[in-house]
Design a binder for this molecule. Structure first.
Ligand code: AMP
Ligand code: GLY
Length: 425
C-alpha cells in the first residue's frame, strides 16, 4: 500500500471535514492544510500559503514531496490550478480551467446543459448590448424573476424578484456593474418551484464516477428559511425525498449526460461535481453546477462515506476510479452551524471561543476559527463551527448537534434551531 503526502487547500468547515476524513486513511502519510484554521491542526499541519498563489504552492509541493493536491474551494480551480500543474508529477483533484467554467460561468453551464439535454430552467443570457431583449424576455416570463450574474459572486449573484419593473431595474443595475465584471453577462431564467438538494459526484474524467451521499443545506439566516442568504447554516444527509426512484432519474438524466458530455467535449475533469438540484414534482432539474464540494454539505457527506477517501481521490485524479468503492454509511448525519452575531452582514472577529470543544457525541468541524500562540481559540469568520452528529434519524442526530452547539460559547453566537425540520414532516 503506497502512502501519499497530501496538500489540502482551503480554510473552512468543508476543509475541516475533508481533512478529518483524509487523516483517517491508512494511505495518508502527511497531510498539510493551506491555510487551514484553528481546528484543522488536529488532522495535519497548517501552512500559511494562499490557495491562489500557485507559484508558492509549487515550491511547497517540491520541498515537501507532495503527491496529491486536493482543492476545497472554487477559486483556485476557476483560476486554473489543474492546468498549472499539468505535466507535473503531483496529482490534482479537480477540473481543468475549462471544466471549472461549469461554476465560473452560468452562461457556459446553461449552454452545456442545452447541448446535452440536461433538464434545467428555460433561460436566455444578456449583456448591455441587448438589454432591451432582456426586458422583453422578462415580460414573457411569469414572476418571480430569476436573474443570475454569469460569473463568480461569492454566492450573492442570484436575485429573485417578484415585480416586473423591479426585475428590469435589477437587470440594468447588474449589467451596469452591481457584481463587477461578474454581472457583465446576466442569465435570466424561469423560476422553478420545489425542494432543493445537493448531489455530489466524484468523476475520473474517463467515464468513471461515484455518487456520494446526498445532502440538503439550509441557506437562509432565519428560521423557516427567511432572511438573507448565507454560505449555509446547516445540512442533513441522507435526504428522504432523494429515494431510489428520484436518484435513478438524477443518474440517467443528469449525471451520465454530464460525465459523458465533458468527455465528448474534451474537457478534462477529475474531481468533484456538485449538482444543485430542485425536485419539481418528482423530476430533478439542475439549478446550478459547482465544481467542488458544498459547505456545509461536506460536513455531513464525509462522515457518511464509509470507504477510503484517499483511494477515491487518487482514483479520480489518475483517471482510474475503476471499482474503488464509495460505500455510504447508513446512519443519518446532520450538522448545525454556529455563526457570528450579525452574519451574513458585518460581525465582530477575534472573540474567544470557550466551552466543550470535544463533545463526546459530536464532531466539531471548525470553519472561522484561529488558534492564538497562547492556545486560545478565537472567531475569525462568519461561520464559526459546525457541529456534526450521527443518529438513527434526523431528530436523533439533531438533538446531539444542538447539545454540542449549546456547549460552545462566544459572544453573539447564533444558529438555526429548525435544521432538517422540513424533512421530518
Ligand atoms: P445559486 O447561487 O445558483 O445557488 O442560486 C441561489 C439560490 O437561488 C438557489 O439555491 C435557489 O434557491 C435559488 N434559485 C436559483 N435559480 C432558481 C430557479 N430557476 N428557480 C427557483 N429558484 C432558483
Ligand atoms: N452550501 C452551498 C455551497 O457550498 O455552495
Amino acid at each position: 500500500m503506497s502512502k501519499l503526502n497530501i496538500l489540502l487547500l482551503g480554510s473552512g468547515g468543508r476543509e475541516s471535514a475533508l481533512a478529518w476524513k483524509i487523516a483517517q486513511s491508512p494511505r495518508t502519510a502527511r497531510l498539510f492544510i493551506a491555510p487551514g484554521n484553528g481546528g484543522t491542526e488536529a488532522y495535519g499541519t497548517n501552512v500559511s500559503l494562499s490557495p491562489l498563489d500557485f507559484t508558492a504552492i509549487k515550491q511547497f509541493v517540491a520541498d515537501n514531496a507532495i503527491d496529491m493536491i486536493v482543492v476545497g474551494n472554487e477559486d483556485p480551480l476557476v483560476a486554473g490550478i489543474y492546468d498549472f500543474f499539468a505535466g507535473d508529477s503531483v496529482l490534482v483533484v479537480g477540473p481543468s480551467k475549462d471544466g471549472a467554467a461549469l461554476e465560473g460561468s452560468k452562461d457556459f453551464a446553461k449552454r452545456f446543459m442545452m447541448r446535452h439535454s440536461i433538464p434545467t430552467a428555460r433561460y436566455e443570457s444578456f449583456t448591455s448590448a441587448n438589454i432591451a431583449d432582456g426586458c422583453r424576455f422578462l415580460e414573457s416570463l411569469r414572476p418571480p424573476y430569476v436573474l443570475k450574474a454569469d460569473g463568480l459572486a461569492a454566492g450573492k449573484g442570484v436575485l429573485i424578484i417578484d415585480n416586473l419593473d423591479e426585475a428590469k431595474k435589477a437587470l440594468a443595475e447588474m449589467l451596469g456593474g452591481m457584481f463587477g465584471a461578474s454581472s457583465a453577462t446576466v442569465v435570466i431564467e424561469e423560476f422553478l418551484s420545489g425542494i432543493e438538494c445537493s448531489v455530489f459526484v466524484l468523476t475520473d474524467g474517463e467515464g468513471g464516477y461515484r455518487i456520494l451521499p446526498v445532502a440538503k443545506d439550509y441557506k437562509r439566516i432565519g428560521e423557516g428559511d427567511t432572511g438573507l442568504n448565507t454560505g449555509g447554516m446547516g445540512a442533513v444527509s441522507p435526504v428522504p425525498f432523494a429515494d431510489k426512484t428520484f436518484m435513478d432519474k438524477v443518474e440517467q438524466r443528469i449525471i451520465l449526460p454530464t460525465v459523458r458530455g465533458l468527455k465528448e467535449e474534451g474537457i478534462v475533469y477529475r474531481g468533484f461535481i456538485f449538482l444543485g438540484l430542485i425536485n419539481v414534482g418528482g423530476d430533478p432539474m439542475v439549478i446550478e453546477y459547482n465544481v467542488r464540494m458544498g459547505d456545509p454539505e461536506t460536513e455531513v457527506v464525509m462522515p457518511r462515506i464509509a470507504s477510503d477517501i484517499v483511494d477515491l481521490l487518487e482514483g479520480a485524479a489518475k483517471g482510474s476510479l475503476g471499482d474503488i468503492p464509495a460505500d455510504h454509511d447508513p446512519r443519518t448525519a446532520v450538522t448545525v452551524m454556529a455563526v457570528s452575531g450579525g452574519y451574513p452582514g458585518s460581525y465582530a472577529k477575534g472573540l474567544e471561543i470557550t466551552g466543550d470543544l470535544k463533545p463526546a457525541q459530536s464532531i466539531l468541524f471548525h470553519a472561522g476559527t484561529r488558534r492564538e500562540p497562547d492556545g486560545r481559540l478565537l472567531t475569525s469568520g462568519g461561520r464559526v463551527i459546525a457541529a456534526t452528529s450521527y443518529g438513527d434519524n434526523i431528530a436523533d442526530a439533531l438533538s446531539k448537534s444542538y447539545q454540542a452547539v449549546d456547549g460552545i460559547h462566544f459572544d453573539g453566537k447564533y444558529f438555526r434551531r429548525d435544521i432538517g425540520r422540513d424533512l421530518m414532516k
